[in-house]
Design a protein around this ligand. Structure first.
Ligand code: NAI
Length: 326
């Protein structure tokens, strides 16, 4: 029997928590031979609901679930964890400005980054899902100076999966035959779903789509506004698809992508004109538990403009929380 891997999930009593925990315990994250211990963090007022979720996890009698503990203290929840999926964040309340939301979340991710810094495994893999995901991940990274920066990532995978699925539908190509999609920038409607290098069953995607106006005028905004379309239809924000994307992101990071491109929010190394440390969506491949950016992608004028647009938004978010990081 392998040694269990410790996985922390924050916001565990919320909707995404309810959609992700059972799949992790079932082996969807790390494989069907890898036991896991779940360490669940939520606010004090959510502990009763969290205990209900734990009762249900126990009632599944998952063979791979080697333990599960609740906590309302990040320093307890993150102790010795190998993986931390940070979902819990402050939703926008009535009358709350965007800057208030950024500040409220900055405070949460500062505390959690510091706790990870102090008590998590030194090679902990951190995925931030809670919005604004890129900036929250940036704050957590900056609050954890003793951990390598590359341990911190933000979730662009839901945008990536949406982008692939819509191209699959447009071209009639099965999802599994679509490769080399790239989603750049912020997890927000400003992201840039770049199909220039993608292929549909080996054929260049722009040729397979054969409708540049659709790509530029319909597709890009449809991917960017998909989250809002789901809220409009369901009355609730995406949860199962967000949980699925988080599982895809971490599984690929740990187990590898076998050469396939996936989009991940990672601290910039300065490539593609993105200043160092900005938590920016880029195409990556993963191997041996490490991600590598795809380098050398050529940028045309349209792509440069889109990347600058999403970068400007991220730089504004960073500026809004700069004081809190001092
Ligand atoms: P939810 O409101 O159902 O659950 C959030 C949970 O987080 C609640 O149980 C709450 O008590 C908890 N929480 C709040 N502050 C916390 C803290 N400081 N520490 C620990 N737990 C805390 O929300 P849902 O639907 O599960 O979404 C969670 C987040 O994920 C939201 O910020 C949402 O915007 C974001 N999201 C991100 C996506 C992405 O692609 N990056 C996609 C979909 C959602």
């Amino acid at each position: 029997m392998k040694t269990p891997v410790r996985v922390a999930v924050t916001g565990a009593a919320g909707q995404i928590g309810y959609a992700i925990l059972f799949r992790i315990a079932n082996g969807d994250l790390l494989g069907k031979d890898q036991p896991v211990i779940l360490s669940l963090l939520d606010l004090p007022q959510a502990q009763k609901a969290l205990n209900g979720v734990i009762m249900e996890l126990n009632d599944c009698a998952f063979p791979l679930l080697a333990g599960v503990t609740p906590s309302d203290d990040p320093r307890v929840a993150f102790k010795d964890v190998d993986i931390a999926i940070l979902v819990g964040s402050r939703p926008r309340g009535p009358g709350m400005e965007r800057s208030d939301l950024l500040a409220a979340n900055a405070e949460i991710f500062k505390v959690q980054g510091k706790a990870l810094n102090d008590v998590a495994k030194r090679d902990v893999k951190v995925l931030v899902v809670g919005n604004p995901a890129n900036t929250n991940a940036y704050i957590a990274m900056k609050s954890a100076p003793d951990l390598p920066k590359e341990n911190f990532t933000a979730m662009l995978r839901l945008d990536h999966n949406r982008a692939v699925s819509m191209l699959s539908e447009k071209t009639g190509t099965p999802v599994k035959d679509i490769e080399k999609m790239a989603v750049w920038g912020n997890h927000s409607p400003s992201m840039y779903a770049d199909y220039r290098n993608a292929t549909a069953a080996g054929k260049p995607m722009p040729e397979a789509v054969n409708d540049e106006a659709w790509y530029k005028d319909t597709y890009l905004s449809a991917v960017g506004k998909r989250g809002a379309a789901i809220i409009e239809a369901r009355g609730l924000s995406s949860a199962a698809s967000a949980a699925n994307a988080a599982i895809d992101h971490v599984r690929d990071w740990v187990l590898g992508t076998n050469g396939k491109w996936v989009s991940m929010g990672v601290p910039s190394d300065g490539s593609y004109g993105v200043p160092e440390d900005v938590m920016f969506g880029v195409p990556c491949t993963c191997e041996n538990g490490k991600y590598t950016r795809v380098k050398g992608i050529e940028m045309d004028e349209f792509s440069k403009g889109r990347i600058q647009h999403t970068l400007n938004e991220l730089l504004e978010e960073q500026a809004a929380v700069a004081d809190l990081l001092k």
